[in-house]
Design a binder for this molecule. Sequence first.
Ligand code: NCD
Length: 320
Amino acid sequence: MTNRYVFPHKDLLGIEPLSPQDITAILDQAKGFEEVCERPDIKIVPALRKRLVVNLFFENSTRTRNSFEIAEKRLSAEIINFDADTSSLSKGETLIDTALNLEAMHPDLIVMRHSAAGAHALLARHMKASIVNAGDGAHEHPTQALLDAYTLRERFGRLDGLKIAIVGDIRHSRVVRSNLWLLTKMGAKVTLVGPPTLLPMELKETWPDVDFSFELDPVLPHMDAIMMLRAQFERGTGQYIPGAGEYIRYYQLHAERMKRAKKDVAILHPGPMNRGFEITSEVADGPNSLILQQVTNGVPVRMAVLYLLVVRQGEHHPLT
Ligand code: NCD
């Protein structure tokens, strides 16, 4: 890559619009910021000084929200946290009205999580600020897929040719959709595993090269990495499975089942985990787990996204 690379998108709405070059640029930029995050003393750079970032979280979040806020602080941005509970939205103001009012205050970046798939695309059309999708319904969660990719690339030195199983509640997961875009664009081989009720076959239409399996055991020995997904009970997952015992029997990642996997297999989970349901603590906290490394990597990856969007703004609207 040359120094002249400029991120070509105004917003990060998902992984779908990104090219492999864009993805590599974000991961490479994140590598530079990792060095900042690991400094023993002051972990701050001035890259977003005097830039205003609004964090708009309409859905619960611990990891993602904190990770974005830490990333913004490490870049020296000015931060406004918009609280959806106390906002005028609870008085019935539409999302567009809220957005236009925010726009009137000229923020540079808006980081948003919203339960409606496509809410970000709608906002992006109405706003000059760059919109970063921190999760929209069951649609996309691009920074999660980017930090997953960063973690895998760090562990294996590449994404191309890696064999990765994504296991569990595929139906309700935005993490899986962003990962499908990213991993297939970067040449990894993905196998989706889950019970038939949670594994929508329509995904084949968009990702024809992805393998599907209703069984985990025969897939395990071939995988370089296994990404476990949270069973999203708040989105009704309970109605799709006959019972916890049955799910655990076929899909839980536990120590006994791990014996079938490669010795150095990498275990990922986006969190929050249902310990004792999709994964046991023994595996989640065991030697193959990269789960906390994913959380660590989330900060430099989000710094990279925010930074590349702001650099692009500078290119397209030169600052005085
Ligand atoms: C994911 C999310 O919210 O989509 N979590 C996260 O961002 N760390 C996955 C999940 O909720 O299961």
